[in-house]
Design a binder for this molecule. Structure first.
Ligand code: SMN
Ligand code: MG
Length: 362
């Protein structure tokens, strides 16, 4: 049996890590990964680790401050992630389990599951009912809004590692520009490569229908977040009227949002994000929901931890691969033949390269 653990302290450090490929979405261009590294220390000497993707470096101190409140609540408690998830949900209910509060709590939850897996001496995958086996991934680095030739050049580079799928960011001012990029990329990578597109909520329903109808002729594997993330009625209409599968989920706030989206028939596929769905605890519930609805589930960011969880997700689809944490971890996630290799060491496999952390610390 795994030794029981007691929460002692939560430490977090913000880093800004240069990205190999800029992420040029329709909303913002990101060139450095703002990561908040979390260490959860226990009285027994085991440390659980996770990180949060903070989107904007300026909010990292605020998330770190919320983690101090989480520490106050959890300190001295037995490290049972399911129990603590309930305790924290109750304590944060009045202010609201939303936004960066929900992210901080998810960061704690992910680190808690890591510590428990280390104590049990099993990979996180095994602890949650899967096993360390390769997981099919798409390369989601780069492919931001740029000139068609440049996007095509990058798409070609991103196939290194044997990837069979890449994701293009769209939402240029006009449909003609969107199509020019799709055509440039497709002619460069060939018909055998799976191509997803992501609008990052850039369109309204009318424009999404028009662009979606044009994309229906382009062999696009999924159409991601064309409209406001929580317009489930709008998504249901797009799903009914377009042929291309509709993908949403990175903005599901806790499994409740996913339940509402599925009840509204708003998505063909789903792709929860660990820091928004409620950490590992939230993911496990989301995976159950996806199974009940017979809907394929991919991941959003956090490939190191998501890869473990995908092996225990009955309707697993694609792991979203990004290399953004590679420069600050000791052992970056490996890709072989387009699949992520889930590490077989105990825990989620995250450990910080201390020299790199000092270098990129903010
Ligand atoms: C995305 C946008 C912004 C930051 C990270 C990721 C994107 C995705 O929506 O799905 O990869
Ligand atoms: Mg997206």
């Amino acid at each position: 049996m795994a030794p029981s653990l007691t929460v002692r302290a939560i430490r977090s450090i913000g880093v800004e890590v240069p990205m190999t490929y800029a992420l040029g979405t329709s909303r913002a261009v990101i060139t450095k990964a703002p990561l908040l590294l979390i260490d959860l220390e226990t009285e027994e000497g085991i440390t659980g680790r996770s990180y949060l993707w903070s989107y904007m470096p300026g909010v990292m101190p605020a998330i770190a401050a919320i983690l101090e409140v989480v520490e106050e609540i959890a300190r001295g408690q037995p490290l049972d992630p399911f129990h603590l998830s309930g305790v924290l949900a109750a304590r944060f209910a009045l202010i609201g389990m939303q936004g960066i509060i929900r992210m901080a709590v998810a960061g704690f939850d992910m680190a808690a599951w890591d510590a428990v897996a280390i104590a049990a001496n099993v990979p996180l995958a095994t602890l949650v009912g899967g096993r360390p086996e390769p997981v099919v991934a798409y390369n989601s680095c780069g492919l931001g809004l740029m000139a068609p030739d440049k996007v095509a050049d990058e798409a070609e580079q991103l196939l290194v590692g044997g990837f069979g799928a890449v994701k293009l960011r769209l939402g240029y001012p006009t449909l003609a520009e969107d199509l020019a990029v799709v055509h440039a990329v497709r002619s460069r990578i060939g018909d055998g490569i799976t191509l997803m597109v992501d609008y990052n909520q850039a369109l309204d329903v009318t424009d999404a229908l028009a662009r979606g109808r044009a994309l229906d002729k382009e062999n696009i594997y999924w159409l991601e977040e064309p409209i406001r993330h929580d317009d489930y009625a709008g998504y249901a209409q797009l799903k009914r009227e377009l042929k291309t599968p509709i993908q949403i989920g990175e903005n599901f706030s806790l499994p409740f949002a996913m339940e509402a989206a599925l009840a509204a028939d708003a998505a063909t596929y789903v792709m929860p994000d660990l820091e928004r769905i409620g950490g590992v605890t939230g993911w496990l519930r989301a995976a159950e929901l996806a199974q009940q609805h017979g809907i394929k589930m991919s991941s959003h960011l956090f490939p190191e931890i998501s890869a473990h969880l995908m092996t225990a997700t009955p309707t697993r689809h694609f792991l979203e691969y990004v290399d953004w944490a590679d420069r600050i971890v000791c052992d970056p996630l490996k890709i072989v033949d387009g699949k992520a290799i889930v590490p077989s060491r105990a825990g989620n496999g995250l450990a910080w390269d201390q020299k790199a952390v000092e270098r990129y610390r903010v």
